[in-house]
Ligand binder design. Sequence first.
Ligand code: ADP
Ligand code: MG
Length: 257
Amino acid sequence: MSGTIVYERVRESLEKLRMEAALNELDDVLQRGAKEERSSIEVLDQLLERELSFRFERRVRTNFKLSGLPVIKRLDEFDYEAQPQVPKRTMEELATLRFLHNGENVLFLGPCGVGKTHLAIGLAVRAIEEGHRVYFSSLHDLVAKMASARERHRLDRFMYAIHRADLWVLDELGFLPLSAEDATFVFESVNKRYQSKKSTIITSNKTFTGWSDIFPDPVLATALLDRLLHHAVTVNIRGESYRLRNRREAGIPIQEN
Ligand code: ADP
Ligand code: MG
């Protein structure tokens, strides 16, 4: 059979298999293979490698888009000297994402401005870059989405969207008290993830004892904490707000709003 016919059939097959990158790079891989006198298995290996890395990058891009992250913050942008309460070692361990593979939770607790959201987003970005699916929601967003999902009788579907993520970040728990039905939804989401050994990161300005104020039912708050803390790393940050500290050090008078 003529080489041209085989070549055309390979192109067609790659197209049918939707191997976009392999199709685009076929000529390049073949030419390099011939030039470097590679074996056919090496040429095949390289072609598949290019398709896989293209797909991985595309997945990462899509996961970034679907994650709901409000901004991109990186762990290496975090100034540990400015916030000595944040244990750098613990953060480095968390950055390996072993917690995610083990289904452990991470809780960042502390007052406003100490970097809780920054650290949570930093871990989320690491997870996405490693190919994981992340769902980020501030409590405020979550409450709005629960209301809209409830109205459309889509609450189950919304819970599934949360459950499906490899990592769920719930930011700012404690900033507003929850209604009974919203609290139940949050509890069920956490519980479902707990049962499937999926990680959740929560940031809160309230200490654990203060969680009974967020949840209308203290039994629910206790049950939630029980699930969350079973396998968890807690980072307590009691320091000063990063921005206020910067302003103070620059000699700008501080006005709390
Ligand atoms: P919190 O969620 O605890 O209220 P944020 O994470 O939103 O605080 O931090 C407020 C702002 O200050 C963000 O822009 C964040 O990137 C920045 N920030 C806070 N702490 C640090 C730090 N130690 N190093 C660098 N940036 C920080
Ligand atoms: Mg925050």
